[in-house]
Design a protein around this ligand. Structure first.
Ligand SMILES: Cc1cc2nc3c(=O)[nH]c(=O)nc-3n(C[C@H](O)[C@H](O)[C@H](O)COP(=O)(O)OP(=O)(O)OC[C@H]3O[C@@H](n4cnc5c(N)ncnc54)[C@H](O)[C@@H]3O)c2cc1C
Length: 389
């Protein structure tokens, strides 16, 4: 088989890239290890930046997003029982949108199927080959048969555990990492969200986030020890702990109910450099991970895709590889700013058991400053709604 771009991974990065390329007449094939149902079943991101919304519009999948997405003008921060508000729209002129990763994935899958774009699900032993030369190939196994795709470029959109980054020549990948000493226990429930906007809660018992997927579906998280398992957290214990971390109004307003999903995610900051190896390009979680506090993971995957898409189009339209050459540096410049913001939000809002008295005082002063200073609130808002690209 021959295609122009072989995309590995049908998460948001791979599907979005495939859809943008197809609309520009650039042929591509997506290889995905899992089934489509498995990909759709993963409950992950829920909050998207305006830039991501615009990119999804460009990919032709903006209709349901605009019908069902919830536009938020600001967010709320509860500090030890007192709630404050950061008004994104007033401070930056921009908003964010609540629209689940599952829904984005579904929209992109449906658009791809409608356009007869080829996605090979349950592709095994996917292996990128010869990408340092001019004629890259991808080998894989499907339904017991070996296949090979010849292509011009390989897009490694295969997430943190994917094969592409691991296939780079030894010694060429530099990684930077911070692992946080806690996780997020998250539940999804078909209950009315406690607030119209997200509430970030800093409390002496640890961090909690009140988020949502729709006017009738809530997503809540509590900071928990990494040694905990979901079995340690029956629903009742979760709701009791969450209430203890909320402000009095939210505690009164909270509607509880049975969880329909429950999981624990470790928090990690990670960047692999560079994001290009010859004719193979990494995008999204394949190259970087952020702790979810800043809601940046999916949005960074989208900005990588925007840069890569532009570069590939320029190559086919003008024959110039200048944008491809610049891709890694351009993407990483934005990645590192989102890494900084996600690390900063995580550090400011969580309880660190090993923090000294000095660390705690500085953390409290930081939050006090952010909430009291318009310049500091604007900085938070500007990063939260997404830096331009
Ligand atoms: C609990 C949680 C909450 C989150 N909340 C937010 C949030 O609020 N906002 C936000 O912006 N981000 C959030 N994120 C992060 C966001 O979900 C990810 O950044 C996003 O999924 C990245 O998309 P991706 O396409 O790069 O990678 P992925 O979604 O990981 O997709 C990679 C795909 O590649 C496939 N694959 C892997 N290896 C292979 C292989 N060898 N061969 C073929 N296919 C392969 C995988 O099966 C997968 O389908 C959250 C993440 C988690 C875990």
């Amino acid at each position: 088989m021959r295609t122009q771009v072989a995309i590995i991974g049908a998460g948001p990065a791979g599907l979005l890239l495939g859809q943008l390329l197809r609309r520009d007449g650039i042929d591509n094939v997506i290889l995905e290890r899992q089934t489509a149902e498995h990909v759709l079943g993963r409950i992950r991101a829920g909050l998207i930046e305006q830039g991501t919304v615009e990119l999804l519009e460009q990919a032709g999948v903006g209709d349901r997003l605009h019908r069902e997405g919830l536009v938020h003008d600001g967010t709320q921060i509860n500090v030890d029982g007192t709630r404050h508000r950061i008004d994104f729209k007033a401070l930056t002129g921009k908003t964010v949108t609540v629209y689940g990763q599952t829904e984005i994935t579904r929209d992109l899958m449906e658009a791809r199927a409608a356009a007869s774009g080829l996605t090979v699900y349950e592709a095994e032993a996917v292996t990128p080959l010869d990408f340092l030369g001019d004629r890259p190939r991808v080998r894989y196994r499907h339904q017991g048969k070996d296949h090979e795709i010849e292509c011009d470029f390989i897009a490694g959109c295969d997430g943190y555990h994917g094969v592409c980054r691991q296939s780079a020549p030894a010694g060429t990948v530099h990684t930077y990492e911070r692992v946080y000493p806690f996780g997020w226990l998250g539940i999804l429930s078909d209950t009315r969200p406690v607030s119209e906007e997200l509430i970030y809660n800093r409390s002496p018992r640890g961090f909690a986030l009140c988020s949502m997927r729709s006017p009738t579906r809530s997503r809540y998280y509590v900071q928990c020890p990494l040694t905990d398992t979901v079995e340690d957290w029956p629903d009742e214990r979760f709701w009791d702990e969450l209430k203890l971390r909320l402000d009095p109004q939210a505690r009164t307003d909270l509607v509880t109910g049975p969880s329909i999903e429950k999981s624990i995610a470790a928090l990690r900051s990670f960047v692999a450099e560079p994001m290009r190896f010859g004719r193979m390009f990494l995008a999204g979680d394949a190259a970087h991970i952020v702790p979810p506090t800043g809601a940046k993971g999916l949005n960074l995957a989208a900005s990588d895709v925007a840069f890569l898409f532009e570069a590939v189009v320029e190559f086919y339209k003008s024959g110039s590889s200048a944008a491809l050459d610049y891709y890694s540096a351009r993407a990483l410049a934005r990645v590192w700013k989102a890494e900084r913001f996600s690390w900063w939000m995580t550090t400011m809002l969580h309880k660190f058991d090993d923090a000294s008295g000095f660390d705690r005082k500085v953390q409290a002063a930081e939050l006090d400053y952010v909430l009291a200073s318009q310049a500091a609130s604007t900085s938070l808002a500007e990063n939260y709604v997404g830096l331009p690209y």
